[in-house]
Write a new protein. Structure first.
Length: 445
């Protein structure tokens, strides 16, 4: 009988504990080690550390593990400020001292630019930083119910859809950091049960808590929420499939904040830069890098409700903002008018599909806009880059919350007659792996 050779199956490593030496951090902030020729991505581990780590996932090309014991510690390791750090999936760099966090983020951006643009050296400027704690002015808070209807309030655990019960959040404003326990107690008393899908906190001219309702709340529940809101100095907003309303059913007034001598209004559903202090500094740097003058004609792509547009309009001859969402276009126009800026025009256009025409652009000759700013979502601006190049602005400031798509788009600008003059980190998301970056491109003569 012929014996057919069958290679031995690799020994299953799931739930085993390995001793690993961490070589570096990956772009997500996890430590990278190697075991039997495979990379192992280890949470809560830092370069040069020796750790004992429990394998939690085994794939054909890599492993994932949680560090359980630090045998040799990195000198830049610090004790996390938050009691929930080792369970919560939110602030995943708290175990790294703050300057080292910035260094990691800069290295991450440099590596992505090296891959996508072949630039070995970047013209780094000093990073923009602000307070690294109690900074977040908008956050979604998860709500889950078990089979007995008991409420869990918090954020997702690392690599899971299960919530970590949160008692305190140190990146929310100081006066609402401890709201979780009393809010959980109130949600537990609401009727009917399991009525809330999630919560969202927003801080602007007032503090607001939006509750996504899955069922119509009883009058008793409305009274409980009203008392809670007064006690915590929070305006409670209810949101369902029909829209949003106050507890007494009235229309909800817009929120607003002031920045650079402008008042900017926005709705609860609008995108808002989460770090208010850093946002103001970021807008100031963008205007400085653009070197705005009174005869400039500026276009702001992905303009939202006018976060950059309105302050910039105070320093130039003409400002055109373009945004994909109709309601945001209307709000940006109203914000400009409310600040007595009559030389602004805002248009709706799909900026993500290069095959969809931009009718607004046809009324302006090539070269009309000498300066341009863009601040796209994480997907980047690949659908707009060709038209940006065809507009031939002299100066471009690119603001991004995703360094991978930014570096991809930057390669297109570099290949079409632009050079990278400046680049800087902006620590919009302190204590996390997320990176906000600003880059200045200048057209070659």
């Amino acid at each position: 009988m012929v014996k057919i050779y069958k290679p031995k199956k690799a020994k299953a490593l799931d739930k085993q504990t390995l001793q690993l030496t961490i070589e570096r951090l990956d772009i997500n902030g996890d430590g990278v080690a190697r075991h039997q020729g495979k990379p192992v991505f280890v949470s809560n581990a830092l370069p040069s550390e020796v750790v004992e780590a429990k394998v939690i996932e085994q794939k054909s090309k890599y492993l994932r593990a949680d560090s359980k014991k630090i045998l040799t510690s990195n000198a830049q390791r610090v004790s996390p400020e938050c009691r929930h750090f080792y369970q919560c999936g939110g602030c995943n760099l708290q175990h790294l001292e703050y300057q080292a966090q910035l260094d990691f983020k800069q290295q991450k951006v440099s590596e992505l630019f090296r891959r996508n643009t072949k630039l070995e050296q970047l013209p780094w400027q000093a990073p923009l930083v602000a307070k690294p704690w109690h900074y977040r002015r908008k956050a979604r808070i998860g709500v889950q119910y078990d089979r007995q209807g008991q409420v869990t309030l918090g954020f997702r655990k690392k690599q899971s859809n299960v919530l970590t019960p949160i008692k305190q959040c140190l990146v929310l404003p100081q006066d609402v950091s401890d709201v979780f326990v009393p809010l959980q107690q109130v949600l537990q008393k609401l009727s009917p049960s399991k009525a809330i899908g999630h919560c969202e906190f927003i801080a602007a001219d007032r503090h607001v808590l939006v509750l996504r309702t899955l069922k119509k709340l009883s009058a008793k529940s409305i009274a409980l929420l009203s008392a809670f809101g007064q006690q915590q100095q929070l305006q409670i907003i209810l949101q369902d499939e029909q829209g949003i309303s106050t507890l007494d059913g009235e229309e909800v007034a817009d929120l607003w904040f002031q920045m650079h001598g402008c008042q900017l209004s926005f709705s609860h559903n609008d995108f808002l830069q989460v770090h208010g202090e850093l946002n103001a500094t970021m807008v100031q740097q963008a205007m400085s890098w653009l070197a705005l003058e009174q005869d400039d004609r500026v276009v702001d792509l992905f303009c939202g409700f006018g976060n950059f547009s309105v302050p910039m309009a105070k320093q130039c001859q003409q400002l055109v903002g373009v945004e994909g969402v109709d309601s945001m276009v209307e709000r940006a126009q109203k914000n400009a008018e409310a600040n007595d800026l009559r030389h602004c025009d805002f248009f709706q256009a799909d900026l993500n599909d290069e095959n969809v025409p931009w009718p607004w652009l046809d009324q302006y000759p090539v070269g009309h806009f000498n300066k341009l700013l863009l601040d796209p979502a994480r997907a980047g601006a690949s659908g707009a880059i060709k038209r940006i190049v065809s507009m031939a602005p002299e100066v471009i400031v690119y603001v991004s919350c995703d360094a991978a798509t930014m570096s991809r788009d930057s390669a297109e600008l570099l290949n079409n007659g632009y050079r990278l003059e400046k680049i800087a980190l902006m620590d919009m998301f302190a204590q996390t792996r997320h990176v906000e970056t600003m880059a200045l491109f200048v057209k070659n003569k």
